[in-house]
Design a protein around this ligand. Structure first.
Ligand SMILES: NC(=O)c1ccc[n+]([C@@H]2O[C@H](COP(=O)([O-])OP(=O)(O)OC[C@H]3O[C@@H](n4cnc5c(N)ncnc54)[C@H](O)[C@@H]3O)[C@@H](O)[C@H]2O)c1
Length: 267
């Protein structure tokens, strides 16, 4: 393979990237970096108001950013996301499966509907988007997929996340086997395991005055104290690792997970 310069490696001009859950938090951090690197970005999110506003703000004629309202757990929405993207851009170079939810509830208090919702948004979604985008990448004979898992795919971070941890272990298992399946089509499939990242979703966990929210604040402080680098992650910390996995700088990596956690798993 011809050796590319560093600036060529991280130039995403004319590439088309789908980011699920791209309206906020880690997803939006990833959208911003791909757009800065020249990629046309499709922001797929359930929150139409925030997503549409942010996509409009980034969108230019040279470097498009479009919003497509998508519930990643709904098969029809995902099918439509992929067909609309192909219709508008003709290809998909990179898929980032980032959308996810992390309601905190002990197993003994959890209703079946909440368990099912967590599995559907965090895990079924990864199957649906991977299948639909995968068909297109096979036709193109290449592409890259990056699944945003969690350190909880490797080790539990706090009480009340058993359903979440099960879904993220699932994402990691899926990543490895799908990488095995897609290698012959030149499609690379990798995962990222973020540690604690300061996002809108995390902020919501400890908002309000209910005892559960106050307990959560204490849990978050204790979590921060365990991070060797002494700070929570920023969405951009995850975005930079995502661009690495999407770029040819990682062209010999597939079925692997990069842990981006400030060292918290060392404890
Ligand atoms: N923040 C962290 O500390 C952390 C740590 C490890 C892993 N993660 C993972 O990173 C991902 C993003 O987390 P975040 O903290 O940025 O979350 P967030 O709540 O701040 O943002 C999540 C985004 O996903 C969207 N979304 C939610 N349900 C959706 C659905 N059904 N369909 C489409 N979009 C949907 C939301 O509208 C929102 O824009 C998740 O998969 C999460 O599990 C986060």
């Amino acid at each position: 393979m011809a050796k590319k310069s560093i600036s060529e490696l991280f130039n995403f001009k004319d590439k088309i990237v789908i980011v699920t859950g791209g309206a906020m938090g880690i997803g939006y951090g990833i959208v911003e970096r791909f757009h800065e690197a020249g990629a046309g970005v499709v922001m797929a999110d359930i929150d139409e108001k925030v997503g549409q506003e942010k996509a409009n703000a980034l969108n230019t004629n040279e470097v498009p950013c479009v919003f497509i309202k998508t519930d990643v757990s709904a098969e029809q929405d995902v099918v439509q996301l992929v067909s609309k993207t192909i219709e508008q851009f003709g290809k998909i170079d990179v898929l980032v499966n980032n959308a996810g939810i992390f309601p905190q509830k002990p197993v003994l208090e959890m209703e079946l509907t909440l368990w099912d919702k967590i599995q559907a948004v965090n895990l079924r979604s990864v199957f649906l988007t991977s299948r639909e985008v995968g068909k297109q990448m096979v036709k193109q004979d290449g592409g890259v997929m990056i699944n945003i898992a969690s350190i909880d795919a490797l080790h539990p971070s706090m009480v009340g996340l058993a359903a979440y941890d099960a879904s993220k272990h699932g994402v990691w298992g899926f990543t490895k086997n799908f990488a095995l399946e897609m290698g012959k089509h030149s499609v690379r499939v990798n995962a990222i395991a973020p540690g604690g990242v300061a996002t809108e979703g995390v902020a919501k966990l400890s908002q309000g005055s209910a005892p559960a929210a106050m307990d959560m604040e204490k849990v978050m402080k204790a979590f921060l104290a365990r991070i060797p680098l002494g700070r929570m992650g920023e969405p951009d910390d995850i975005a930079m690792a995502t661009l690495f996995l999407a770029s040819d700088a990682s062209s010999y990596m597939t079925g692997k997970m990069i842990v981006v956690d400030g060292g918290v798993l060392l404890n």
